[in-house]
Design a protein around this ligand. Structure first.
Ligand SMILES: *Cc1c(COP(=O)(O)O)cnc(C)c1O
Length: 380
């Protein structure tokens, strides 16, 4: 039958009647742009993320761009971030005219290494942009502490991590702004593009709210250069139905991660995610957007997975400091060795809330056999 990397239609099938009714209600209502569902979803997500305010926008990429713009970050400013993330993170920094300054990752978390941040701060540094990669929260206590000491802003990229907590608090609520994506494959996905900025800062809220609709408070009067970046009413209606199930889905992902770790823990040559975050007692609670292992011979493993009809993902095969678009920053091989090694070894296995123990067993068996075969080849 095969096992996909992620499965997007299960959630719809399970909630079909409710989602269909929500979509039809929007169609019949006629308030297609910034209607009542967007406003209601903003209140619901703000509350969910333990923030005062939320603004629905076009995508997670726009959420990042508009948050930085709202904070007045622009040409001449530096923003500290990780090289091991999706391009949208640095795209947003570059598009406001600022410069991304990379800090290498901690290989155990795949997130920005907080111990290396202070050394990257210069007089031009305006903000730190941590990314909660694979749904695992960054060490926000340490990052927020550094930001306070140096008078820096914090903008969180929560695109993969809605519902994750650090020190018992929701990601997105630590900094000046948290940026969410509702891209279909994210933990809370809609049927197209969508995103949101959450914040406890009234000024950031007002700015993003204005910028998303052409930079004006009053229609046809524009005080700043904004853009068209509104969350669709139709997507908001779908998301309101799905939001009620997010905690269950994230719980199922966490269970699946614990199960994978049990199945793979004694497998030589496979590094599983640190189990700490699979324990309720721990200070961080990951939502496993991806379940990502590290292996030495990734090529052999991916060919075996493909042959067995098992989906996989490589997030990400090339770190951002080695991307052509960032050539002008002057980095090369060796600039951020942990990110470079992770890019060579990381492999994400099938992960979605409906993944069954039997499917996981099949995936684990395939991984074990493939890794044992490459080890035997090495020894020979
Ligand atoms: C998906 C993603 C984004 C961008 O979100 P879009 O809604 O696709 O624009 C940004 N950052 C990270 C880490 C992501 O995974």
């Amino acid at each position: 039958m095969g096992i996909p990397l992620c499965e997007l239609t299960h959630a719809y099938q399970g909630l079909k009647d409710e989602i269909d009714a929500a979509m039809q209600a929007v169609a019949a209502d006629g308030r297609y742009i910034l209607g009542p569902n967007v406003a209601a979803l903003e209140r619901e997500i703000a509350e969910y993320c333990q923030c005062e305010y939320a603004v629905g926008v076009n995508s997670g990429t726009d959420a990042l761009y508009l948050a930085l713009k709202a904070l007045g970050i622009g040409p001449g400013d530096e923003v500290i971030t990780t090289p091991f993330t999706f391009i949208a993170t640095t795209e947003a920094i570059g598009l406001v005219g600022a410069t991304p300054v990379f800090v290498d990752i901690d290989p155990h978390t795949h997130n920005i290494d907080p111990r290396l941040i202070e050394a990257a701060i210069t007089p031009r540094t305006k903000a730190i942009l941590p990314v909660h990669l694979y749904g695992r929260p960054c060490d926000m206590g340490t990052i927020a502490g550094i930001a306070i000491r140096y008078g820096l802003r914090v903008v969180e990229d929560c695109a993969q991590a809605i519902g994750a907590t650090c020190h018992g608090r929701m990601v997105g609520s630590f900094g000046s702004a948290g940026c969410l994506s509702f891209f279909p494959s994210k933990n809370l996905g809609c049927f197209g593009d969508g995103g949101m900025v959450v914040t406890n800062d009234a000024t950031v809220y007002e700015s993003v709210e204005m910028l998303r609709r052409h930079g004006g408070k009053v229609k046809y009067h524009h005080s700043r250069l904004g853009l068209n970046s509104r969350l669709d009413e139709l997507q908001a209606a779908i998301l309101r139905v799905k939001l009620k199930h997010l905690d269950n889905w994230n719980g199922a992902r966490r269970q699946a991660a614990v199960r994978y770790n049990q199945l793979l823990s004694d497998t030589q040559g496979v590094a599983t995610p640190t189990l700490d975050d699979a324990r309720e007692t721990d200070d961080i609670r990951s939502v496993y957007h991806q379940y990502t292992i590290r292996v030495h011979d990734r090529e052999h493993l991916t060919s075996q997975l493909s042959a067995a009809g098992i989906g996989y993902g490589v997030y990400y095969p090339c770190p951002l400091h080695l991307q052509e678009v960032h050539q002008s920053l002057g980095h090369g091989e060796g600039s951020f060795p942990e990110a470079e090694l992770a890019a060579k070894q990381c492999l994400s296995l099938p992960m979605f809330p409906e993944l069954t123990p039997t499917q996981q067993q099949e995936v684990a068996d395939c991984v074990r056999q493939a890794v044992a075969a490459s080890a035997a080849e090495c020894a020979a």
